[in-house]
Design a protein around this ligand. Structure first.
Ligand code: 13P
Ligand code: SF4
Length: 365
């Protein structure tokens, strides 16, 4: 019989790393298959090592829908990822985020009232319902996925954005892409859309700062959102490495700017970046433009390759970093005690609409 008294978080900060490790291992062993821990590639090493499965957003979304035996999905990632796990898992399963402060600043750059206002404003210029497919990056709140579900749109991740845009253009002639302007622009360029066929919607300006003619002419309307981590990478960083290290290959995440992405040798999601570096021959030289924890892990894993972080300053996802071993221990020990802490529960009506959009994405893949 489990002990129902809640486990407190604060005392866990008094423990040594060894004590925490042994308590996490014990709780994990007690929970067995009833609990699955998913870890995003940006997660700090101390937490990442406890994940049963690791991956990029798409892989983790799929895994969340493929583990019906686990009653609890502990998501070591950020809030939108745990929401996706909740939406795609069975009603009996619970998704848990060890620290509720682990959000995504990019996801916060678009909210439902602003997107609805944009949709309405665009609708005053063109027949929005018949001419525009809304596509949200998975880094967004569940109600925006719901908006896409209800308006014939879908979701994309950094690993499938090009395919999803192709699908979106099969449905209607224009795309409204939010919240990340960079992923939208980079993916559209990769499928042949010209830069001057895209416009930037600024949600704080009347009509997004656009004239009716600009809206009529645009093929892609990009939301003015970005990732504060990936905006740090600059074209000059690539020039520097190419000059200093002949033969170096540059791989960057498509949340980086267009100017950075066109100079890179390879673009990819966190999983795709990882695979490209792993599959390269021994002695390969790489500069990687994505979050520091992932780059350091690859450096450590492959001492036979020369791996550099693309930016001279530290670029870390500070929200992902909120999840520490203390929060993981606290979450697991409370589960052992029969308490579910920090459940992520998307309201059923939102979840139903969001699932339509996510299922459309998964069916295209
Ligand atoms: P991936 O889907 O590539 O894991 O990216 C998620 C993310 O938030 C990158 O900043
Ligand atoms: Fe969000 Fe950027 Fe962190 Fe990715 S790296 S989770 S986009 S803030």
């Amino acid at each position: 019989m489990s002990d129902p008294s809640p486990v407190s978080l604060e005392p866990l900060y008094e423990l040594s790393d060894e004590q925490l490790d042994s308590r996490i291992q014990k709780a994990k062993a007690t929970l067995g298959d009833s609990c699955v821990i998913l870890g995003h590639h940006y997660q700090r090493e101390e937490v990442y090592k406890y994940a049963d499965f690791t991956g990029d957003s798409l892989k983790l979304a799929r895994l969340a829908s493929q583990r019906p035996d686990a009653k609890v999905i502990v998501f070591c990632g950020v809030h939108f990822m745990a929401e996706v796990a909740d939406i795609l898992s069975t009603p009996e399963q619970v998704a848990v985020l060890p620290d509720m402060a682990a959000g995504c600043s990019m996801a916060d750059m678009a909210d439902l009232p602003s997107v609805e206002a944009a949709w309405q404003a665009i609708g005053e210029v063109i027949d929005v319902e018949n001419m525009v497919t809304p596509v949200t990056y998975v880094n967004s709140m569940a109600d925006l996925k719901g908006f896409c579900g209800d308006h014939g749109g879908t979701v994309c991740t950094s690993s499938n954005a090009k395919k999803i845009l192709a699908w979106a253009f099969e449905q209607r002639e224009k795309v409204l892409f939010f919240p990340d302007q960079h992923l939208g622009r980079n993916s559209a360029v990769a499928m042949g859309v010209e830069l001057d066929e895209m416009v930037l919607w600024k949600p704080t300006e009347p009509n997004g700062g656009l004239t009716p003619q600009q809206i009529k002419d645009a093929k892609v309307i990009l939301w003015d959102g970005f990732c504060s981590v990936h905006q740090m990478f600059q074209p000059a960083h690539i020039d520097h490495f190419r000059k200093q290290i002949p033969g170096i290959q540059i791989t960057v995440h498509p949340e980086s700017s267009y100017e950075v992405c066109i100079k890179a040798d390879h673009l990819g999601s966190t999983e795709q970046i990882q695979s490209a570096v792993r599959e390269s021959p021994s002695g390969s030289k790489w500069a990687i433009g994505t979050e520091l924890n992932l780059v350091n892990r690859l450096k450590h894993e492959m001492p036979d390759k020369e791996i550099h972080f693309l930016c001279p300053t530290i670029c870390m996802c500070s929200t992902m970093f909120r999840i520490d071993t203390q929060h993981l221990c606290w979450t697991l020990e409370n589960l052992v005690a029969g308490n579910i802490v920090n459940p992520i529960s998307v309201p059923p009506a939102v979840a139903t609409s969001a699932k339509k959009a996510l299922d459309r994405m998964l069916s295209v893949m």
